[in-house]
Design a protein around this ligand. Structure first.
Ligand SMILES: [Zn+2]
Length: 331
């Protein structure tokens, strides 16, 4: 099985708590927020206070970012608008660096994990708030707003041929899989507190919520000084990242899960892969993945029309309805 040391079934044993958790994944219908919700938080890299609002959007809008501080510039949250993957996944319009929005991945993961297909993410700054470095706060916001089904079938992107990107000892691969999004991720760090960890799961709302959402981003103590010198991680602290020094976890409260590190890598991949613009029927297999490889594998997938097709698995529809234009959403 892909050379990974073990699998870990996160499927819940008990009954789901609400309708969204009980549905199969990918959802058969599109979903959006019941109502708008807002919050304020700090950007991890800029250290700036950012106000974030999540708003309902019509079917076929997708997830779109809107920079309120730039007169409402709209940036569709899609893989081809990813402009920077060095420290986080940053979205923006090509050739317009002032439109960049950094650290979108944990919010995108929460939206995908909750099955939200359409939403407007309004910001007044260049970065999504980091909160505790996980998706937990975004799940809380989505729970407060509520998620509702829309009168439109949800398209699924089905991977037809394996697509692989490798760099050094790292690789990510998308393989055909007719049954939703299966994910197998392994990591291997010199730091003894992390070491080698692996996780295999089938993505679904309950699995995301219970197994991935609370896993925090992490960094090495030795890298923090370099990041701050480079003007990054200005908002970074033990409140929004796990900090590792060799065999030690420096956060006073320790880890939330024994294998929190690999779970966060899967969480990141859920967010990055959601930039495909629809749920994936695929098997994602990755060793030491990162935002750059996740984006490159999506670009490679969509670079050849023979690699993928759009399906409506449980609706039996063959035609793709023309999506509403993003500009109409922004109006
Ligand atoms: Zn992350």
């Amino acid at each position: 099985m892909d050379g990974l040391p073990h699998s870990f079934d996160l499927a819940p044993a008990g009954a789901p708590e609400n309708g969204l958790l009980s549905q199969s994944y990918p959802p058969a219908r599109q979903h959006t927020l019941r109502t708008a919700i807002s919050c304020v938080g700090i950007g991890l890299h800029s250290g700036r206070k950012v106000s974030l609002s999540l708003l309902p959007a019509p079917a076929y809008s997708g997830i779109v970012l809107r920079r309120r501080d730039l007169g409402g510039v709209v940036i569709p949250a899609r893989f081809d608008n990813v402009q920077d993957t060095r420290m986080c996944t940053a979205l923006g319009l090509a050739g317009r660096p002032e439109t960049l929005v950094g650290t979108v991945e944990h919010l995108m993961a929460a939206l995908a994990g909750c099955g939200v297909s359409n939403a407007i993410v309004e910001l007044d700054g260049p970065e999504v708030p980091v909160f505790d470095g996980s998706s937990a706060n975004f799940i809380f916001l989505l729970d407060c707003a509520g998620v509702v089904e829309q009168d439109a079938p949800a398209p699924v992107i089905e991977v037809l041929r394996p697509v692989r990107i490798a760099q050094g000892a790292s690789y990510v691969e998308l393989r055909p899989n007719p049954r939703g999004l299966d994910m197998s991720v392994s990591i291997d760090f010199d730091a003894e507190a992390i070491g080698r960890q692996a996780l295999t799961l089938r993505l679904g709302p309950a699995v995301f919520r219970r197994g991935l959402a609370a896993a925090r981003t992490f960094t090495m103590a030795s890298e923090i000084a370099a990041l701050k010198a480079a003007g990054l991680a200005r908002g970074g602290s033990l409140d929004n990242a796990v900090v590792v020094d060799g065999a030690r976890v420096l956060n006073p409260t320790g880890l939330r899960m024994r294998d929190e590190f690999v779970r966060h890598k899967v969480l990141d991949a859920v967010g990055d892969l959601s930039l495909a613009g629809a749920a994936l029927n695929a098997r994602y297999v990755a060793h030491r993945p990162g935002h750059a490889l996740n984006n490159r594998v999506l670009r490679a997938l969509f670079a050849d029309a023979a690699n993928w097709r759009t399906v409506f698995p449980r609706e039996g529809l063959e035609a793709w309805e023309e999506p509403a234009s993003v500009d109409a959403v922004a109006a």
